[in-house]
Design a protein around this ligand. Sequence first.
Ligand code: ADP
Length: 485
Amino acid sequence: MNTKKSQVKILLAAFEADPFYKSGGLGDVAGSLPRYVASDNYDIRVILPKLSTIPQKYVDKMQFIESFTVPLGWRNQYCGLFELKFSGVRYYFVDNEFYFNRPKVYGEFDDGERIAFFSKAVLESIEHMNGFIPDVLHCNDWHTALTPVFLREQYMQVPGFDQIKTIFTIHNLKFQGMFSADMIGNILGLAGTPAESQIKMGDAVNFMQGALRYSDMLTTVSPSYAKEICTPYYGEHMDGLFNARRASLVGILNGIDYKEFDPLYDKNIEFHFSDKTIQNKKKNKLKLQEELGLEVDETIPMYTIISRLTEQKGLDLVTYILPQLMERKMQLVILGVGDQKYEEAFTWYANNNPKKVAALMKFDAKLSNVLYAASDALLVPSRFEPCGLTQMMAMRYGTLPIVRETGGLKDSVAPYNEYTGSGTGFSFANFNAHELLSTIDNSLMVWYDRPKDWLKMQKQAMKKDYSWRSSAKQYRKLYRKIAGK
Ligand code: ADP
């Protein structure tokens, strides 16, 4: 019997991917996932815009394939296609200087048109990939949400295209791509087609709504978030649609790069450690306490926040209980940038309690690793969290996350069990400052009164596997299933 599996061909379309350009979680996923999926049985390729922000060292290595035009309403726009092999994956770059040579990647006045161009260029490019027609076209977030719509409405006559299956992944439901409905005829060329009513939302066009209606399969970045978005609280006005498509909606937890985030080899930290040499971790804390002007004492637990300082991250709960936290025997270090009100609150407390609080109001990737290594606990009390990476990074470095039970936080942190001493962190259910405070108090109790349990949890957290390896396995299964191979 021949047990050899047939090859599945996948084209992953995204607007950003690390290391070419990254602004957030989407860039992490589009950067890491293909490398972990790629194998003889999975020919996964990635298509991206050729942004002017891509470092020159990558641009220099790109090979020009061909140029052609992309129809966009009444226009025909130039499109160059470039190729680059990197880390075992073939990347395609869509070139158009007018759309992609901009000072900002997002937030330009004509984002709707730029994104529509890219979404359609993905399909036009497939015709120039030397015979590569994907079994699965994997689109991500609103920037590629129109691709499944264009595929079904305008490209079914291209040989082979009717066999392409589509997956749409939601990384961020907040940004849906809403623009004036004038675009539907003028730029999208979809006026008078069945798509018109499918992508319209009131007087506007909503790109993401198109993908939610047209894609064969929908995914998001954690199983719990997949359930949550079917409710009005989390659904961002799309819960009705998610409910209607519940049978085609799955959540797959993101991973982190276990090579990049490894306390045994991390070049950013001075004292390396593993779950077997965890006693070395506290040397990082002592060093950081000194550098930040905090009280230098290994017995005082250091709680950290590493985050965008926005409402989503539950920082209102933290600022509400700051007076109480000042009475506890603990330290608080905040690394983040964002809303002024949070920056001011944290800075004020740091100025008034310099031995207890440090407010580092900046984005500093190196320092974030130092903090993961040095801290004892990480606060992530988010209002919503599709997946969240900081809690996984913390666990990898033996730092116990204190999280609200939502989205990926719920799926990745096992709460402390006081009877067995098991768990990988602490959690609370309701978006309520007093629940956060009592959870912090509970963690302080474990730190001071049950150090053996703390240590056991640290080891359990460090042993957990939140690498891309396990997530990629689930994506492979999904790709194969939907491709019918
Ligand atoms: P989100 O994508 O919603 O911002 P995630 O938890 O998914 O949240 O990812 C946040 C990432 O950004 C993590 O890698 C975290 O370490 C990093 N990060 C957040 N704020 C900072 C900062 N001020 N300095 C350095 N890294 C940060």
